[in-house]
Design a protein around this ligand. Structure first.
Ligand code: MG
Length: 239
């Protein structure tokens, strides 16, 4: 018995170490410790975000034909004017936070009311539209993956009120065999899940700035002729 006890203890230690190793490998294929990130408060950028618009300037963006953006900046927001704007940098998979407000003064209806859009890679649009008591086709209302997938619910706020999209985007990518590996959209509208890991197969949204499947592309904000406002735009790279 005296000689057996230390043996058992040693066995227990080895078994425990093996368990810790197995636990750390499960669901963590890189084996790396998750990075420490200081989170923002209520939509503010976390410590590892790329800030695309902080309310002061649009230096991360360019306008049509590479000109400076013509959008009006006031009181921490930028208002659509004189064409869409495109980020200078290109991105692959991202987590995007963006806030927008449809015009407080209601003009037009359906697709003519508070229309803009967030185009991932300049190709795949998550619709921006005043969808507060403004019927239109379901896969064209606010937070729709335009003409591809309607939102699960309509989480719209009133015109003039600030709204938030939090979007996880994985681009479709060209495969070695010539086929396209599907990407995906997951979208929260004002904190409510509206697109739940919806496939992105590679065909561009109607009227998109670019087409063709690509690993990286710019973010594009649409000018649809309505003075929609944007603020607090940031993203985190996921690849
Ligand atoms: Mg649009």
């Amino acid at each position: 018995m005296k000689t057996l006890l230390p043996c058992l203890r040693r066995f227990a230690l080895v078994a425990n170490a093996a368990l810790v190793l197995a636990a750390s490998a499960a669901g963590n294929p890189t084996g790396k410790e998750p990075a420490v990130v200081t989170a923002g408060v209520a939509g503010a950028p976390p410590s590892d975000a790329i800030v695309l618009f902080d309310g002061k300037d649009l230096s991360a963006w360019k306008g049509d034909k590479d000109s400076a953006p013509g959008w009006r900046i006031a009181d921490g927001y930028a208002e659509v004017h004189g064409g869409g704007i495109t980020t200078k940098e290109e991105f692959g998979a991202i987590q995007l936070h963006i806030e927008w407000a449809a015009p407080a003064e209601v003009k037009g209806d359906s697709q003519g009311r508070g229309n803009s859009g967030v185009y991932f890679q300049g190709r795949y649009e998550i619709q921006v539209l005043d969808s507060w008591k403004n019927p239109t086709y379901f896969n064209g209302q606010a937070a729709a993956f335009y003409l591809h997938n309607a939102p699960l619910v309509n989480a719209s706020r009133k015109p003039g009120e600030w709204q938030a999209y939090d979007i996880v985007f994985h681009p479709p990518v060209p495969g070695a065999d010539g086929k396209v590996a599907e990407g995906s959209f997951t979208v929260l509208h004002n904190g409510v899940l509206v697109q739940d890991h919806v496939p992105v197969k590679g065909d561009s949204t109607t009227a998109a700035k670019f087409s063709g499947v690509t690993p990286k592309g710019p973010l594009f904000l649409q000018d649809h002729g309505n003075p929609v406002r944007y603020r607090n735009i940031w993203l985190r790279k996921l690849d």
